[in-house]
Design a protein. Structure first.
Length: 291
């Protein structure tokens, strides 16, 4: 895994996000939580889809009971659970379900009276569905660097939630977008120098490839703004994957254009992340994005 840089250099923010990293104002997390999204619906008769937000895959069914052992026990993705079990065991004081990586965050949630099963990530990292482990660095050092960067560094006059108060999706994006930002900076340097042979550049492209894979699942949305953040991230990771699939030495112009798109999509996600981490996020969202 590549090391993140400590430079404060930022990309050019596009569209309405241009004001996000300097704006002050707010939007507290007081709206009711919708049903969780960004999970994978599993049915006995459907085949897998490439839709990263709502997909279906073949399964042999679920008994609705939480299992121990491998996250892919009996060849199935995730550990069998019921929503009642998760709420009782993993709900924190804010009402969020938070499953530590050591407890297998990928869960198969059975529905009462139905054979349908929803596969969701209840951890605070982007997780490989099959392995049940984060696809990015998950160290405390990364959090200590990345969380301030996306909060007080960008808009020091704004009040922010603590790391403990951030949703799983927000935490995962703090980690993932911070590393992606470095990867884009490394890519930009490689383009300027016309040198794509460094290990850092290869690591960056590998990171983008991994995050773009269907198997790399972001946390399930547990707050209304998580849904928008998920949408922005899905768009960003798609463009990262497209960038990583290109050969810059074969067509530098096409690679440069794709880089602009990947950078823009990353900035849109990073800008929104700064806003939703603030304690007055609703006001800031109206100020920046409109009603």
């Amino acid at each position: 895994m590549m090391k993140w840089k400590y430079t404060m250099k930022m990309f050019t923010i596009m569209f309405s996000v241009a004001a996000v990293l300097t704006a002050c104002g707010g939007g507290a997390k007081e709206t009711p939580k919708p049903e969780a999204t960004s999970s994978t619906e599993v049915t006995p008769s459907e085949t897998s889809s490439t839709d990263p937000v709502s997909t279906e895959a073949t399964t042999s069914g679920s008994n609705g009971n939480e299992q121990t052992g491998s996250a892919t026990e009996e060849g199935r993705i995730g550990m069998d659970s019921t929503m009642e079990e998760l709420e009782q065991k993993y709900t924190d004081k804010l009402g969020y379900i938070r499953i530590p990586i050591s407890d297998h965050p990928i869960r198969r949630i059975s529905e009462n009276g139905s054979k349908n099963v929803n596969i969701s990530n209840y951890g605070d990292a982007v997780v490989d569905l099959n392995a049940g482990v984060p696809v990015h660095s998950d160290s405390q050092k990364l959090i200590d660097d990345a969380f301030p960067f996306f909060t007080t560094v960008q808009a020091p006059d704004v009040s922010y939630v603590t790391w403990e108060e951030a949703t799983n999706m927000e935490r995962a994006m703090v980690k993932t977008l911070f590393i992606a930002r470095e990867g884009l900076l490394i890519t930009e340097d490689a383009m300027k120098n016309k040198d794509y042979s460094s290990q850092e550049f290869r690591d960056s492209m590998n990171f983008f490839t991994v995050t773009a894979k269907f198997e790399s699942m972001a946390p399930v949305a547990q707050h209304p703004y998580d849904i928008t953040l998920t949408t922005l991230y899905e768009k960003a990771r798609k463009s990262w994957g497209q960038l990583a699939a290109m050969d810059p030495e074969q067509d530098e112009a096409a690679f440069a254009e794709m880089y602009k798109t990947a950078r823009k999509d990353a900035n849109n996600a990073m800008g929104f992340l700064n806003v939703v981490l603030s304690t007055n996020e609703e006001e800031r969202i109206k100020e920046i994005y409109g009603e």
